[in-house]
Design a binder for this molecule. Sequence first.
Ligand SMILES: Nc1nc2c(c(=O)[nH]1)N[C@H]1C(S)=C(S)[C@@H](COP(=O)(O)OP(=O)(O)OC[C@H]3O[C@@H](n4cnc5c(=O)[nH]c(N)nc54)[C@H](O)[C@@H]3O)O[C@H]1N2
Ligand SMILES: Nc1nc2c(c(=O)[nH]1)N[C@H]1C(S)=C(S)[C@@H](COP(=O)(O)OP(=O)(O)OC[C@H]3O[C@@H](n4cnc5c(=O)[nH]c(N)nc54)[C@H](O)[C@@H]3O)O[C@H]1N2
Ligand SMILES: [Mo]
Length: 748
Amino acid sequence: MNDGSTRDTKVTTSHWGAFEVDIENDRIVATRPFAADPRPSAIPEALPKALHHKSRVLRPSIRKAWLDTRERTGRGAGEFVEVPWDEALDIAATEITRVCDTHGNEAIYGGSYGWASAGRFHHAQSQVHRFLNCIGGYVSSFGSYSTGCAQSIMPHVFGSNFMSLLYEHQDGWQTIYDNAETLVMFGGINSKNAQVSMGGITEHDTGVWLDRFIAKGITCVNVGPQRTDAPDGCDWMAIRPASDTALMLALAHVLETENLTDRDFLNRYTVGYEQFRPYLLGESDGQPKSPEWAAPLCGVGPDEIRALARRMASTPTMVTVSWSIQRAQHGEQPYWMSGVLAAMIGQIGLAGCGVGYGFGAIGGVGKRLKGLHGMTFPQKQNPIDKVIPVARVADMLRNPGQPFDFNGKREPYADIRLVYWAGGNPYHHHQDLNALHDAWQKPETIIVNEPYWTATAKRGDIVFPATTPYEREDIGRSNLDDYLFHMPQCVSPVGEARNDYDIFAGLAQRMGVQDAFTEGKTSGEWIEQLYAAYREGAAQNGIDVPTLPALRDANWVQLPITVDEPNDTLFAPFRANPDAAPLGTPSGKIEIYSETIASFGYDDCIGHPIWLPPDEWLGSACAQAPLHMVSPQPADKLHSQLESALADVKGARPETVVLHPVDAAARGIANGDLVKLFNTRGACRAKAQISEDIIQGVVALPTGAWYSDPDADIDLDGNPNVLTRDIGTSRLGQGCSAHTALVEVAKL
Ligand SMILES: Nc1nc2c(c(=O)[nH]1)N[C@H]1C(S)=C(S)[C@@H](COP(=O)(O)OP(=O)(O)OC[C@H]3O[C@@H](n4cnc5c(=O)[nH]c(N)nc54)[C@H](O)[C@@H]3O)O[C@H]1N2
Ligand SMILES: Nc1nc2c(c(=O)[nH]1)N[C@H]1C(S)=C(S)[C@@H](COP(=O)(O)OP(=O)(O)OC[C@H]3O[C@@H](n4cnc5c(=O)[nH]c(N)nc54)[C@H](O)[C@@H]3O)O[C@H]1N2
Ligand SMILES: [Mo]
């Protein structure tokens, strides 16, 4: 164009899917859905505003009080000074070196949990881990906030790594469609959450499949506190949060007492039913786990429980379990019990039946794809073997040297002097943020790579501005998706932002490990190398993948990896021949009773699943905190990403809390009112949305608002994590317990 302006359209991908971007004069001005996507996500619409938003970190910034005196108690308050890149890198490298020399590498916490961006090379966690490994290692973390508890308990029950079970071996939507007549969804299947998938999702089809299930006449039962966790056309079995184990036990009790238990299955494929049965029937503790027992706990009538149990035993049934129900105190129990219940029904290993995990949690679960691995930036070996369960971070910072229990081990926490975070927002994701804020003042130095001035960046001492994927080249590819993307650089880096790789290369050079970190390669050369290895791996699997220049030209390709013949039934080989294809458990079978877990001697996770009421739930509600708050994932974004642009719209914040009409009336709250949610841990504002679609006594406030001023009495935008409790799920799993919290709500 003769006015000097430039225009272009490109396709890129993200955790929430592929989309087209219009670029004008080095800015993204519009986004459009990817043509082949049946139900595109609206999340990218915030991008044009977010990319150059005033909340971007433009230049390296150091907290003035830390720079002047190494003061560390004022994090979150006080000003930052902008420092030129070379100087900021010098200061950071000197400080990291000092901590390593004085306290050893076990004084560095580099777990750095968070989703950051899609894109295989510029994966912030891989980048920070590789860098820290090059300088002698760091204290790392195990598991995720998503499924930390499941990752610990499920290997004891089914003998396989939870993530590989999830990714590679579960029944696909088609298989369920073809075979199941009943779908019982604990925690629902919400296509709102399926907008997102780690590393990208191109054809959003979760909602399409559920509609097909309903149209076919499959009975779909949403078991949970919110009707909206499943589409219209599903039955809603409204239960109190954290009571799923009681309901599952009652279903099991009906099976056992009505002679519907599949004994042959239990004998052939499981161990430990004889230890569990006396508990189920109440022979060991005097309390049969009957529907009458469960009804007041979970809020579902005995007749409804009986009818569901009979239906599950008499029709081809798939039981799905959301991730949310293990993100709660005692989250091990419903996960373990779901496996026991499915085993008693005896359909595990039959096509489209049995049990499945995380359907709807992310969009990729249920796609029938041939696994094609590869394209990860190698992180190298970590010489430090200290690991914490990821959600125990504040506990570690608070309690250096103190022992913690985890999955049969008891070890002391490291004494952390330096925290490096790249690609996550703990001030979004962690529980009890006001307590995190106190723990966060303990380390001597906190370094953060971030594109945005998030609450975490504001609580760093050294903040390096990182690029977003739109400012750099990358490859987009997920194991749960059948598309492959070249992610072109769309615009120049905003401000003086640099890629995480270049930030770490700069530090590595100053610390004498440049060759180890970069191996002499630019990011472009790394992308070429990783891509070539991926292409070769694909070829070995008989899949033809274009060369990198060809992919650059095409922008994206669809890979021929969809599997037409059902070969995806979870545990089918085990069912076919349990001796030839034993599970990875000590017994080789499904463990209804686990000797291993029993040997740990935990009272909060014994040798078989049991009903353990959490400390905070409706059964323990009190006058000060009478309502159970669940804090689901936000519909309009991924966690706290793009939040600054969304919050910038008049009236958009505080976040919306859903509550029942009876609870609203009791408090004089009308639709749209500003309310305060509070408990002994904190308080936040929210906007009331009154709805019959949530059970009485429960409120739902989505995550994702940025945490505001720690000294304010109330978090202004509505971050539920000022209210949640920071405890592990149990000594076994030590997962995040976000979904168990009691609160009160009042009109403001
Ligand atoms: N109450 C409650 N709390 C929860 C949950 C809940 O259910 N309830 N769910 C939990 C779960 S499951 C999760 S996964 C966590 C999510 O928590 P997080 O993953 O920590 O949340 P995000 O907002 O995705 O944070 C990612 C950060 O990375 C930054 N980023 C993006 N791209 C890049 C990059 O290329 N480089 C760098 N350096 N940074 C980048 C983004 O700006 C953003 O600030 O929240 C947990 N917290
Ligand atoms: N749009 C969007 N999608 C996302 C994300 C996002 O940030 N935005 N985040 C992604 C991530 S990181 C993850 S881990 C997944 C999380 O996927 P999930 O863990 O499945 O999702 P949540 O939104 O936490 O919870 C889903 C529903 O569980 C119900 N629930 C809560 N407690 C209980 C209970 O005790 N029993 C029963 N039966 N139901 C209960 C609540 O009503 C809630 O709406 O979502 C992913 N998808
Ligand atoms: Mo997650």
